[in-house]
Write a protein that binds this ligand. Structure first.
Ligand code: AMP
Length: 194
């Protein structure tokens, strides 16, 4: 069965300091899987990336991993993916991930996550795509960044309309279904009990 929707998740290659980060990654993957969706992600086994992929697979979802050849060992490429694409460059990875996505969701992570989030956000403001973008603000992880971004609006380097291009939420529900619905797609009623 082809997936009903495709969520590109950007998140840490490490698990982070709080157990709630892993719990959120698990919840995201489970929600995608039980609602007939597909995860698109960076293709590694480590950290939150590995957790969200494993949870999606366990819940019956498809997982598309995209990893540059140079990172196959460093990031422990996940050969359990439904599709694992080993590409030549980071640019190719990011382009394929963006193309395969209906929506984007950032979880807590490091500079790789930030870079990916900011890239799809800037692409959206330029009109290169119109896919919904969400930030899952687990345990207030993104509070300092959001405070800073609001300060940049006050300093007139950013407009309110640009801030409105990203949706933030503290929990998977309702943020993730709202993103999918904003893309004009309908998640399945829960497919399986897990
Ligand atoms: P991090 O959030 O730093 O743990 O990284 C999460 C993921 O982002 C990892 O798979 C990194 O390979 C990836 N990443 C790191 N730097 C970049 C970059 N410049 N562009 C795209 N992905 C990156």
């Amino acid at each position: 069965m082809s997936p009903l929707f495709s969520v590109c998740v950007y998140c840490g290659s490490r698990p982070g300091a709080k157990p709630e980060f892993a719990q959120a990654a698990q919840a995201v993957g489970t929600w995608i899987g039980v609602h007939g969706g597909q995860l698109v992600y960076g293709g590694g086994r480590g950290g939150l990336m590995g957790i969200v992929a494993q949870a999606t697979l366990q819940a019956g979802g498809r997982v598309v991993g995209v990893i540059p050849q140079a990172l196959v060992e460093m990031e422990a490429a996940n050969h359990d993916c439904t599709e694992l694409h080993i590409v030549d460059t980071m640019h190719e990875r990011k382009r394929m991930m963006a193309e395969r996505a209906d929506v984007f969701l950032a979880l807590p992570g490091g500079i790789g996550t930030f870079e990916e989030l900011f890239e799809v956000w800037t692409w959206r403001q330029l009109g290169y795509h119109d896919k919904p973008i969400g930030v899952l603000n687990v345990e207030g992880y993104y509070d300092p960044l959001l405070t800073f971004l609001k300060a940049t609006v006050a300093q007139q380097f950013l407009g309110d309309w640009q801030m409105e291009l990203i949706r933030t939420g503290t929990d998977v529900l309702p943020l993730l279904p709202e993103l999918v619905q904003a893309a004009g797609l309908t998640p399945a009623a829960q497919l399986a009990q897990i």
